[in-house]
Write a protein that binds this ligand. Structure first.
Ligand code: PLP
Length: 369
């Protein structure tokens, strides 16, 4: 029996090692080192409930979680941050939509057609009308279409800004969205989906717009397994405390004072994020990834793959190669285009190997691989 377990696990381990070495298409930093945090796997860590309210269940990492929130609060200019470590970026998007729909129960959600599918699910779960705004060719929101919808709409709005779209890494202009909303004179809740870009835009822009102090942002969601590379899905959501307390009263009035979407919450993931914050230089990593993305984009251009690399992004979109190539390198595809998201594990040497493999693609199509 145990020999069988061993052989199954060994085979799985080998497969995962090979898949990791060839991974190119999804925005996951596969260079994460779990280090000293691994030994905490033996505890049944559970940060159940609000990170700022104690629980009698004491085996958790709430104090560490609050430090993680403080770090992100500082990064995004939120003086009195409220937030928590989520199960993933999607939960953060649900959470971001939630205050908007509770504060403005009749408000529709406005988001671009290039948004992640979690926005559609969030709208369905909140039973809220979703209005899709057109995008420009590069994947960024079409502001004139937003303006048309805001002018033609009624009442308050819940708006989602993509800080890096899934397919092209396009960053919606928070300043332009805020100007349009302010000019309408209507109330709004602005959520920013920064799953990957939430940790790129602040380091790659001349002056970050992902900032609660300078813009009337209501909430921001980031994934923890993308740029940071935590070895299991997680994320961080931040919201203005005044929104949360207004909601909290309402929720309390119904039955509960719980402020998070989930009940039991992972206590290990805050440790992974906290360790990364203390050990690493995110600004340096983001700039290195960007330089490598520019290198890949330049090389693909020379080879005729018609690449696109948006500002403040490391997602390189190009013409889709063969299905076999997409499978082997785990490329994400959309229609006749594919993309590589350049992450910390993609060194120059790695990218050169990928480019060489791409050279063989049209030639090796008929050959057995
Ligand atoms: C990946 C992604 C999400 C979802 O994040 P998960 O952590 O996978 O749930 C949301 N929005 C965008 C733009 C993404 O790229």
């Amino acid at each position: 029996m145990s020999a069988n377990i061993d052989s199954v696990l060994n085979a799985l381990y080998e497969d995962l090692t090979a898949y990791t070495a060839h991974h190119a298409g999804y925005p996951y930093n596969l260079a994460f080192n779990p280090g000293p945090v691994s030994r905490f796997l033996k505890f049944s860590l559970n940060n159940i409930g609000d990170p700022y309210v104690g629980s009698n269940y004491a085996i958790g990492t709430r104090a560490i979680e609050r430090e993680v929130i403080a770090f992100f609060g500082k990064l995004y200019g939120l003086e009195q941050p409220w937030g928590y470590v989520t199960a993933c970026g999607t939960e953060g998007n649900y959470y971001g939509i939630w205050p908007g729909t509770r504060l403005f129960p009749t408000a529709p959600i406005l988001t671009s057609v290039d948004s992640h599918y979690s926005l559609g699910k969030a709208a369905a779960i909140a039973k809220t009308r979703l209005i899709y705004i057109e995008s420009k060719v590069n994947g960024e929101m079409d502001y004139s279409d937003l303006e048309r919808n805001v002018k033609g709409g009624h009442g308050p709005f819940v708006v989602n800004a993509n800080i890096g779209t899934t397919i092209t890494g396009a960053v919606d202009g928070i300043d332009r969205i805020c100007n349009i909303l302010a000019a309408s004179g209507r109330s709004f809740h602005l959520h920013c989906d920064g799953a990957l870009g939430g940790l790129l835009e602040p380091f790659l822009s001349d002056e970050t717009k992902l900032n609660f102090a300078r813009y009337p942002i209501g909430s921001i969601s980031v994934s923890g397994h993308k740029f940071i590379g935590a070895p299991m899905p997680c994320g961080v959501v931040l919201a203005r405390k005044e929104h949360v307390s207004r909601m909290e009263q309402r929720v309390e009035y119904i039955s509960s004072s719980d402020t998070t979407i989930m009940g039991s919450r992972n206590g290990l993931t805050p440790l992974f994020i906290w360790q990364a914050i203390h050990q690493r230089d995110f600004a340096k990593e983001a700039k290195e990834c960007r330089r490598n993305a520019e290198f890949l984009c330049g090389a693909l251009d020379v080879k005729g793959w018609r690449p696109l690399l948006n500002d403040m992004s490391t997602t390189v979109v190009f013409n889709k190669p063969s299905d076999e190539c997409c499978r082997r390198w785990q490329l994400a595809t959309a229609g006749d285009r594919a993309h590589v998201v350049v992450m910390q594990n993609h060194t120059r040497a790695w990218l050169k190997r990928f480019l060489e493999a791409l050279d063989d693609v049209p030639l090796s199509r008929s050959a057995a691989v």
